[in-house]
Design a protein around this ligand. Structure first.
Ligand code: COA
Ligand code: ZN
Length: 310
């Protein structure tokens, strides 16, 4: 609805005005590098969620908030839209700050673990923090929608010190309640069991964590890293591998993905259970399908060979 600010409307915006952009542009549009983009509202995102058939579904969301362009209400508006449609939203909320150094005892260091023990690599910040699911800390690099989800009242965070998932909504506990240090992908198995979908908002298959579970289903062991438990003892936790090559699943998975979106944000949506079956079959057919192509990538090398000897 245009208001008495209409008379400030620039000529190149016949229908809308700009609130936070250039000084010559006022009200409903905001300015981005490539020009003025419409500012999305929660209601518009909610309508897109509904029209994509996602209402009431449990979702594992991987996102680029930037892909939306300007959103009225910021990242919370995207979460609010999904909540308003009765979805349960889950996202990875990784936390390398809880990593510990590998144990000194060589016998406690799995071989073929995507880790060069001789190089003496030290996980950062290799402190003595102890994780609990109450923690609101995550990696700086996690997407802002996941980071925002982690701060929301009522969210449930899985019990994994390094690769937790966090969920909000009616099925949150059912999704992440089973996660444990040595069962990192219990939330994704629950997603598949509960007829959930994966939702890539402005990102590609290289962000699809579900494909790591497909690796496990195809017979690979998951890599082990280390954390400190509440008694200070260093223990192993499963983690995912390199995902830089996952774009190569496009041919095998394309028939399963629906393309949707809102505003500038393009979404890829698929049923988790079907993706798992198709991706595990693709890995069994050609184990190199997960390889990122970097011949020096120890994680890809060891994953293709079957993962750690545990
Ligand atoms: C890396 C990645 C996060 C980069 O995407 P991105 O859109 O640049 O990053 P974010 O989603 O964190 O959004 C950042 C944007 O939101 C903006 N933003 C952050 N907080 C905001 C707020 N409260 N209000 C408005 N805007 C905000 C930032 O300014 C930035 O916008 P800009 O690029 O225009 O400056 C994304 O590509 C990705 O990988 N997402 C998936 C992560 C994942 O699930 N990985 C799987 C586990 S391996
Ligand atoms: Zn790699």
């Amino acid at each position: 609805m245009l208001s008495d600010a209409d008379d400030q409307q620039p000529a190149n915006h016949p229908d809308h005005l700009c609130a936070v952009g250039r000084s010559d542009c006022h009200n409903r549009f905001t300015c981005a590098e490539k020009g003025c983009l419409p500012m999305l509202t929660t209601a518009e995102i909610q309508a897109a969620v509904r029209s994509a058939g996602l209402s009431g579904k449990p979702l594992c969301v991987h996102s680029s908030f930037h892909s939306f362009g300007p959103v009225d209400g910021g990242p919370d508006a995207v979460i609010d839209a999904l909540m308003a449609e009765g979805c349960t939203v889950m996202a990875p909320t990784y936390s390398a700050i809880y990593a510990a150094l590998p144990p000194a005892d060589p016998g406690a260091r799995p071989a073929r673990n995507g880790w060069d023990y001789a190089a003496g690599v030290v996980p950062e910040p290799h402190g003595t923090r102890v994780f609990t699911p109450d923690s609101n800390l995550g990696n700086k690099g996690i997407d802002v929608i996941a980071a925002t989800l982690l701060q929301r009242a009522g969210r449930v965070r899985g019990n994994h010190p390094l690769n937790s998932f966090t969920a909000l909504g009616p099925l949150a506990e059912a999704l992440v309640g089973g996660q444990a240090p040595l069962d990192v992908y219990a939330p994704l198995r629950a997603l598949a069991r509960l007829d959930g979908q994966v939702l890539l908002m402005g990102v590609g298959l290289d962000k699809l964590t579900l494909l790591h579970l497909a690796e496990e289903m195809a017979g690979r062991n998951l890599f082990r890293r280390w954390y400190r438990d509440s008694s200070g003892v260093v223990r192993q936790a499963q983690v995912g591998s390199c995902s830089q090559g996952f774009g190569q699943f496009a041919r095998a998975l394309a028939p399963l993905f629906q393309v949707d979106g809102v505003g500038e944000s393009s979404w890829l949506i698929a049923p988790a259970a079907d993706v798992l079956v198709a991706a595990a079959a693709a890995i069994r057919r050609d184990p190199e399908v997960t390889h990122c192509g970097d011949s020096a990538c120890l994680r890809c090398q060891d994953a293709v060979a079957g993962g750690p000897l545990v």
